[in-house]
Design a protein. Structure first.
Length: 489
């Protein structure tokens, strides 16, 4: 198998072509060179393919341009020995298929039910053998008890056998007992801890590690029992007790036993574990299993703890996770992963930042669509206790004010129930200077009697007082009489 290096590509390209320069004497990359670079990205440790750049070049080429490209890139296309055509290097063809496939796989995994996704990943790990068993540890130790149970149910449905019996049948050697116990576990998830049991477990772990064969620790009954059955809060306390009593981190005492160390990291420090997994995945010399972790970790942790992972990654490696992904990934694949990470980092910033997409949806909605939206999004809108309308939660509006400024006002006002919208505008006018009182006249004179009555009800609900008494106490002159007169219609 011939490995094509990026440096080889650049040298070959320079030998065949005379460099083109612009007026300032700077080298210009030809479209052929640019496309060759796109074809060769996977050899330089990059992930995915820059589909957009490829497309911009390829759609402009005529058959003769393609023929020239194939003839000039002998490191990509080989002249057939018998017939007059240039054929693509088989190894490069496989790599390109794999790199184009990354985006598709990421999308498929993202849209899958988490149970099915975990079940399919477990099956793949079992098929690949011992070098992929770390994924089984990850799945068993970073999921909640119910999530792991769901994956086990999905596994049965997909493959007509339990994951436990499949692990027992496929895994050989000293890891079998430990892995079967891990995937079978249903841990207690409450906060209750027993200090006596914690002390006892720490002592038993130390005794097993100190007296046992370091290469056989994964078979030790006490180690297996403690790591596969105890709750995560209990284990965190056990490892702290271990350090306090014996002066060393348990990871240090385990030496080279990577399976047990990964288990401890996954159970008690998932952000650190996933940060290291991501770093390994993005190295140029990463193997197939390691590279696949880039998609897997981001897709599976986006809605769980990606914000913590990104912060830990930045702390460990001194660079933002999104920046690192942008450096090593390309095209739609890169955009997809960066967007998921950014989404996790922005979690809690209500409604996000994609004004264009929001606008495309909102302008098509009729009043009944907006009513449905308000009714279905009870995390944003509350049913008023006294009157028949759905009102925004105040803290959501506060967030939106910061995020959207003018555009936010349009979005919020458009989605609000008309009663609430008018009530809030009236209050805003009353809180402002006298020159804003014209809005009170506008509301009083352009709404129907029913609409004005609705606004008065919403005002009472929102501010704990009637709009009439608020106007009477704040407004002077003709505006007061005008508003009060219309309220009595």
């Amino acid at each position: 198998m011939v490995e094509v290096k990026k440096d080889t590509i650049l040298v070959a390209s320079n030998k065949r072509r005379k460099k083109q320069t612009n007026k300032e004497g700077k080298t210009i990359m030809s479209s052929s060179d640019a496309l060759a670079k796109s074809f060769s990205v996977s050899h330089s440790g990059l992930f995915g393919v820059d589909e957009k750049s490829m497309l911009e070049i390829l759609v402009k080429w005529q058959p003769e341009d393609l023929s020239t490209f194939r003839n000039e890139t002998s490191y990509i296309f080989l002249k057939d020995e018998r017939f007059p055509f240039e054929k693509c290097e088989e190894i490069l063809l496989k790599i390109l298929k794999r790199e184009f496939k990354r985006f598709k796989d990421a999308v498929v995994q993202w849209t899958m039910h988490p149970w099915e996704r975990d079940a399919r990943m477990a099956r793949k790990a079992l098929k690949r053998g011992s070098q992929a068993y770390g994924l089984l540890i990850e799945l068993a130790c970073t999921r909640s008890s119910d999530e792991l149970l769901g994956a086990r149910r999905a596994y049965q449905s997909l493959y007509s056998e339990s994951i436990e019996e499949d692990v027992a049948c496929r895994v050989e050697g000293i890891q079998r007992q430990f892995l079967v116990a891990l995937v079978s576990s249903y841990r207690y998830e409450g906060s209750r801890k027993n200090d006596v049991a914690i002390k006892s477990d720490a002592q038993k772990l130390n005794k097993a590690i100190r007296n046992g064969d370091k290469t056989m620790l994964i078979k030790d009954e006490e180690i297996v029992r403690i790591l596969t059955t105890r709750s995560k809060p209990h284990l965190e306390a056990v490892f702290k007790c271990y350090y306090d009593d014996f002066g060393k981190d348990i990871g240090e005492d385990l030496g080279e036993e990577s399976g047990l160390k990964d288990t401890i990291y996954c159970l008690c420090a998932p952000p650190a574990y996933f940060s290291k997994t991501l770093d390994s995945a993005m190295k140029a010399n990463a193997n197939k299993n390691e590279k696949e972790a880039l998609t897997r970790v981001i897709v599976t942790r986006t809605d769980v703890d990606m914000k913590d992972i990104a912060e830990e990654y930045n702390k460990l490696y001194g660079t933002p996770l999104t920046k690192k992904i942008e450096d090593v990934a390309l095209g739609n694949y890169k955009d997809f992963l960066v967007t998921l990470v950014q989404r996790a980092l922005n979690k809690g910033r209500i409604l996000g930042v994609d004004e264009k997409s929001m606008l495309e949806i909102l302008v098509k909605w009729h009043p009944e669509d907006l009513t449905t939206f308000r009714n279905e999004n009870f995390s944003i809108f509350l049913k008023d206790k006294y009157f028949l309308f759905e009102r925004w939660q105040d803290y959501h509006i506060a967030f939106l004010v910061k995020e959207f400024l003018r555009f936010q006002d349009v979005v919020v006002q458009w989605t609000m129930h008309p009663w609430e919208r008018d009530a809030r505008m009236a209050r805003k006018a009353l809180d402002g200077r006298p020159q804003a009182y014209g809005l009170l006249i506008e509301l009083a004179c352009t709404r129907s009697s029913e609409e004005l009555l609705g606004a008065r009800k919403a005002y009472q609900s929102l501010y704990g007082e009637s709009i009439e008494e608020d106007v009477a106490s704040r407004v002077e002159g003709i505006e007061r009489q005008c508003w009060l007169g219309h309220c009595e219609r």
